[in-house]
Design a protein around this ligand. Structure first.
Ligand code: KG4
Ligand code: ZN
Length: 328
């Protein structure tokens, strides 16, 4: 089995994945949402300190499996430098002590493999990745190459939900709370801007929309119903924007398989919007189980299997962290 470690942001997670069946054998995640909630976002130093407590606790629980571990996989890019380091140091130590190969995994590619936990992977695949740090359309022909097709000009999709939630005093992470509040509101009540309406290319932008929400909040005190209307109006514009770009992409490229992954892919209204477009263009839509949308180590372990099979290993001396890396 492969032992995998994820610590790119505010979740400490370890998994064990069977290298042949691709089944998940063990997974546990210790989330830091509560600790960061009072700051309205992730505080890197606090996150790193919490990883130093959580990761050894998780490792302790799987001590009995260590003799059967064939390789160590770890997220080494992109992410917060101080938190990536916690996982990478643990991975290097384990690889050295157990004398096992080491595999550095790109967190974004990890999200793609959240679709294939316990399953065979499907390529070629067009992916809409929406997380707290990234918003992009990417194409994968094989497990080893990903091509960036579109990215955001400013904030990411999840980040805009986090910032709007912070402005509204709703806590962190913002995505789930905005989604719940939006269900009580009227999405046509407040007329917010439609991002990149006249832009002809493929790209995302969420900061103008976020600023329009800020202005609506600053204008006057809103009632509870008006706050719900604002959440609903914001969410519908953000999702419509993503859906419009996906429609443009699908109409040009006509991919057979489309996936939506990343923490924000848990949003049910987003899932529905993309499903409608995929139906229109006869593309199969792949979605991960909700439990695997947010950061976890199971997707990292699953993503490591093709590297393990191809013996594409990293050395203890050379494996580095790349906090700003995108798809390479
Ligand atoms: O992938 P992820 O767990 O961490 C990163 O790699 O960034 O994504 C977390 C992001 C946060 O910004 C969070 O607010 C957003 O995903 N998110 C959502 C929802 N659930 C999580 N955004 C919109 N709607 C949701 N239901
Ligand atoms: Zn993530």
């Amino acid at each position: 089995m492969i032992l995998s470690i994820e610590s790119s942001c505010d979740d400490s997670a370890i998994a064990l994945t069977h290298t042949i069946t691709k089944e998940l054998i063990w997974h546990k995640k210790i989330s830091q949402d509560k600790e960061h909630a009072r700051y309205g976002g992730v505080v890197p130093e606090l996150a790193a300190r919490l990883h130093t407590e959580a990761l050894p606790r998780l490792l302790e629980e799987i001590k009995g499996y260590l003799p059967d571990v064939k390789a160590i996989a770890v997220t080494n890019r992109p992410g917060l430098s101080v938190t990536l380091l916690e996982g990478v140091v643990m991975a290097k130590t384990l690889a050295g002590v157990l004398d096992r190969p080491l595999i550095g995994i790109n967190h974004l590619i990890g999200h793609v493999y959240s679709l294939f936990i316990g399953k065979e992977a499907i390529f070629p695949l067009s992916v809409l990745l929406l997380s707290g740090g990234h918003s992009m359309i990417l194409e994968m022909e094989t497990p080893f190459e990903a091509r960036l097709v579109a990215t955001t000009m400013d904030d990411s999709f999840g980040e805009s939900f986090d910032k709007v939630a912070k402005m509204m005093g709703l806590g962190y992470p913002g995505g789930p709370v905005i989604e719940v509040l939006a269900r009580k509101g009227d999405c046509n009540a407040i007329d917010l801007p439609r991002p990149l309406l006249r832009y002809p290319g493929l790209a995302f932008s969420f900061s103008g929309l976020k600023n329009a929400v800020r202005m609506a909040l600053e204008k006057r005190e809103l009632s509870d119903q008006e706050r719900a209307d604002l959440a609903a109006s914001f969410q519908v514009r953000a999702i419509d924007h993503v859906a419009r770009m996906m429609e443009r992409y699908l109409s040009k490229k006509q991919p057979t398989h489309v996936a939506v992954v990343g923490g924000a892919s848990a949003n049910l209204a987003l899932r529905d919007a993309i499903a409608t477009i995929c139906n229109r263009y006869h593309a199969h839509l792949l979605l991960a189980e909700i439990a695997w949308c947010s950061d976890n180590a199971a997707m990292i372990g699953r993503a490591a299997i093709p590297f393990y099979e191809a013996k594409k290993f990293d050395s203890i001396e050379n494996l580095q962290i790349f906090p700003r890396s995108e798809l390479n």
